[in-house]
Design a binder for this molecule. Sequence first.
Ligand code: GCU
Length: 437
Amino acid sequence: MGERLCAQGMARDSLNRLTQLDYEGMKKKLGLKAAMRPGPSGDPSAPDAANMEEAKVRHYALPDPLVANDGSVVKSKEVWQEIRRSQIANDLENEMFGALPEDLPTVDWQVVHEKDTVIANFPVTEKLLIGKVDNSSYPQTDVHIQLLVGVPSGAVDAVPVVMEFGFLKWPFGSPPAEPNSYFISPYEPRWKQQLLSKGWGYAVLVPSSIQPDHGAGLRTGIIGLANKGKSREPGQWGVLRAWAWGASSAMDYFESDAAVDAARIGIEGTSRYGKAALVTMAFDDRFSLGFLGSSGAGGASLLRRNFGEQVENLASSSEYHWFCGNFLKYASELSVDDLPVDAHSLLALCAPRPVFISVGSPFIEGQWVDAKGMFLAGVHASPVYGLLEKEGLETSEFPEMGKALTGGEVAFRQHAGGHSTGPNWSTWIAWASRYWK
Ligand code: GCU
C-alpha cells in the first residue's frame, strides 16, 4: 500500500514537472514581456479570495457580436452567416481555443462489445465502441477513443441521443462505482433512466481517451499525434477543442448508425466537460441541442465579470492546457478587456440552435462558476438569436433559484443541488421535447 501511494506520488510529481516545463516553454514561445498575474483563490476564506459579491462587480464593456470588425452593424441573417459569424469563430480560435490542425487523421469506429441490459425496467442495447485514430503519420502515439451508446431495445425508428462527456468502466464489467451522493439528485431518477423513459438513447464519450487533461500530456493524445510529438505553437489547439473534435468524430459515427437519429443529437457535460460541450456546440452545427452544466469560466460565464474564477486562473499552469497558448497573453501583457470575444460570443456561435445553461445552488455548489455570469452571457448572445428569428433568453432579469427559463432557444435554470446537471435533467428533457418531437 505504502509503495503504491509512493509510486502514485512520484507519477504526480513527474506530471507536474512536465506540465511546468511545457508551460514555461509556451511562455517563452510567446515572448511575454510581463509576468503572469496569479488568479484569485477559490477558497472564500483566503486573503486573495475571488470576488463573490455582486456589489463589487466592476463595470465592463462586452464586444458586440452584431458589430463586424469594420465597425458596421450586422442587420441581416446573411451578413451574420457569411461575415460576422466567421469573424467571431476566428477570434475564438486564435485567442482562446486554437484551430483544428489541417490534416487531421481519420478515425475508424468499431463496435468492440454489445449487450442487452436493463436500466430501471427499461430494456436497452448497449454498444461499446473504440474510435481508433489513424496514427500512421506518428506511430509513437495511439489514440483509442472510448464511446458507449445505449438505445432502447427493439426501437423501430432511429432515436435521439444525448451524449455526455463522462466516465466509463472499461471494458464492460461490473458497473462503475456510483459517484458520491453529492453529485446525485435525490429528487430525480438518473439521466439514463429519464432518457430511456422518453424512448431516447444515451451515450458517454470519455475525454481522457481523446486527450489527457494536463499540460504534460500535450505531446500525446490527438494533439500530440497531429503534431507528431512536438510541443504546441501558440495558435495550436488546446484540450477543450480536442475533446470537442472527439465529439465531432463520435457524430461521424452516429451518422453511420441506423439506430441513432444523427439529426437529433444533444451534447452534455459538467464543469470542464460543460465547457467542452459548449465548444462542441459552437464549432459543430450538426449537434442539435446543448446541455451546459456549471461550465463557468472558459465556458458560459462572462470572463469580464470579476466574480468567481478569472482568466488568470484559466491561464495558470493547472488549466492553460484547455486553451491555445495565445490565451496566456491575457493574464500577462494583456488583460481580459483586450479579448476580442467573451462567453456570449461562444453562445452566439450556437445560434439558432437551442442551448440550456445549467448551474447549481450557490449554497451547495459555491460561486466559483458564477451563475449570473453564465446567465448574462445568455442575455448578451440573445440578440444573435433574435436576428436569426429565434427567441434567445426570455428575460434579462436573473431568476430565483429553481425557476426554469425555458421559453426560448437559450434556456437557463439554477437548480437547488451541487456541481452537477443531475437535478436539471427533467427540466432539460421537457424543454428538449419541444425540439425533438
Ligand atoms: C476547477 C476549474 C474550473 C473547472 C473545474 C472542473 O474548479 O477552476 O474551471 O470547471 O475545475 O472541471 O472540475
